[in-house]
Design a protein around this ligand. Structure first.
Ligand code: NAD
Length: 493
């Protein structure tokens, strides 16, 4: 099922691939077996200049198109992605290590959803009319210019599309830097835009690590940066962007609480806890990794959770039956193992998992991949490192609580504020608790559902700005106010 082995990943600028000569390179590894998928070439200063020149040129063509014209290109790009679903899903599966079933059901579909949502909305973006007696005013939401998107590695094409769709719908151009670990599918998005009739340069793709991201952040002709990444990178970008007073959207990490009250539907709550920790091998920013369970249901909840966790089919991501794949890199796997060791030595009880499996669920050898069994710690307390730091791997921490007031205070005791979930059948309690949780994206009786129609983003150190929904428009436009006089100019002079 593996396609495109030994690919060459070059920059995609002005509708064409650059050459690979005179550029540093590195190997892109398949997380499932650590074999090479190909060589990635890092953008140099000339590439960044060429990308900015080309995006500026495209911006001047694109910004004068009507919203309906822009929308048609986005809608066509969406249908191209849908028609190439399987091919792009395989690229994503190989690049990220996630199961093919996930890539087929979520990643590419979610990218297409974003293009359709903002494609449909493009013609409706409008300002306001203000009656001022002998005058009137109106506002124009105008595009910002060339925007830069910088992506994380866990949902590469989804992240690229969640940034590109609103940016382009509003009349901007975008230069996208994929994560150095997942260069494949942002290029597929760029090709879809070209095929859909976008001007060359409207969506350019460059490759590289933080140094290339830094070149974009520091570039004087780039108007806005949208990052999906860690809190540490968010802080660096915000401080560099401040020197240019650049607009910045930050979608960062979290350590989100999932609170299960005793009156909840336990089977659904267990399903949500599993999805909130083990989907995409636990590499999801909004994961509910601190699972607070009310004391009276603690034992029955744990029993179901353990049984169902141990049935998760971990293994070869290309097998359609696989439910959990490989972590993005050896280095990241080592980091997750260190957290597991820290959990054990801090006194938490390892309920299940915590090891590197050598065989997958069909008995295939997976020693060469970055696999960690789904892991659950019980007897956790709020001060343990595993309960405070974002692990970004398949590690679930169970915390026991007694009262509503207590759990709200404990859930909020974190510098992060990305997401939160509450399970209860008491409708009043559900809303009352959610309203007090310090998080930007919340769920009652579900977890990690992110429809394009709802804003997504974090509070506190988990970020600023929002992606998706109508809310995204304000982050890719700037308002111009126009006053129009209908009478004479009155002057004291
Ligand atoms: P990361 O911060 O290491 O890297 C993210 C991106 O920033 C990469 O493309 C990287 O090359 C670039 N980068 C790194 N340093 C930079 C710098 N100084 N200037 C400019 N760019 C720089 O994060 P990661 O390891 O790729 O992704 C995991 C993190 O992303 C986790 O913390 C996760 O929670 C977060 N994440 C957040 C969301 C969200 O929507 N809130 C979604 C996915 C992932």
């Amino acid at each position: 099922m593996f396609l495109n082995e030994n690919m060459v990943y070059n920059q995609f600028i002005d509708g064409v691939f650059t050459s690979s000569s005179n550029r540093e390179s590195w190997i892109n590894y398949n997380p499932a077996n650590n074999q090479s998928l190909g060589e990635v070439y890092r953008a140099n200063h000339e590439d960044i200049e060429a990308a900015v020149d080309s995006s500026e040129k495209a911006f001047h063509v694109w910004k004068i198109k009507t919203g309906a014209e822009r929308g048609r290109v986005l809608l066509k790009a969406a249908s191209i992605l849908r028609s190439r679903l399987e091919e792009i899903a395989i690229l994503e599966m190989q690049d990220v290590g996630k199961p093919i079933s996930e890539a087929l059901a979520v990643d590419i579909i979610s990218a297409a959803d974003a293009l359709e949502y903002f494609g449909g909305m493009a013609a409706t973006i409008h300002g306001e009319f203000v009656d001022l007696k002998n005058a009137f005013g109106y506002t124009r939401p105008e595009p910002l210019g060339v925007c830069a998107g910088i992506g994380a590695w866990n949902y590469p094409i989804q992240i690229a599309a969640w940034k590109a769709a609103p940016a382009l719908a509003c009349g901007n151009a975008m230069i996208f830097k994929s994560s150095e670990l997942t260069p494949a599918t942002s290029i597929e998005l760029a090709k879809a835009f070209m095929e859909a009739g976008a001007p060359a340069g409207l969506f350019n793709v460059v490759h590289g690590d933080g140094r290339v991201g830094g070149m974009l952040v520091d570039h004087p002709r780039i108007a806005k940066i949208s990052l999906t990444g860690s809190v540490a990178t968010g802080k660096k970008i915000l401080s560099s962007a401040a020197t240019h007073l650049k607009k910045v959207t930050l979608e960062l990490g979290g350590k989100s609480p999932l609170i299960i009250f005793e009156d909840a539907d336990i089977t659904s709550a267990v399903s949500a806890a599993l999805l909130a920790n083990f989907y995409t091998q636990g590499e999801v920013c909004s994961n509910g990794t601190r699972v607070f369970v009310q004391r009276s249901i603690y034992n029955s909840f744990l029993q179901q959770l353990k049984e169902r966790t141990e049935k998760i089919k971990l293994g070869d991501p290309s097998d359609p039956d696989t439910q959990m794949g490989a972590l993005i890199s050896k280095a990241h796997m080592e980091k997750v193992i260190q957290f597991i060791e820290a959990g054990k030595s801090s006194g938490a009880t390892l309920l299940t998992g915590g090891f590197q499996p050598e065989k997958d669920f069909k008995g295939r050898d997976i020693k060469s991949g970055n696999f960690i069994a789904p892991t659950i710690f019980t007897d956790c307390d709020d001060t343990m490192e595993i309960c405070r730091q974002e692990i970004f791997g398949p590690v679930l921490c169970i915390l026991c609580f007694d009262s509503e007031e207590e759990v709200i205070e404990r859930a909020n005791d974190t510098p992060f504020g990305l997401a939160a979930g509450v399970f209860t059948n008491d409708i009043k309690r559900g809303h009352r608790v959610i309203h007090q949780l310090q998080a930007g994206t919340c769920w009652i009786n579900n977890y990690n559902i992110t429809p394009i129609e709802l804003p997504f983003g974090g509070n506190k150190q988990s970020g600023q700005g929002r992606e998706n929904s109508l809310a995204a428009i304000q982050y890719y436009t700037q308002l111009k106010s126009v006053y129009v006089e209908l009478g004479n100019v009155e002057s004291p002079y």
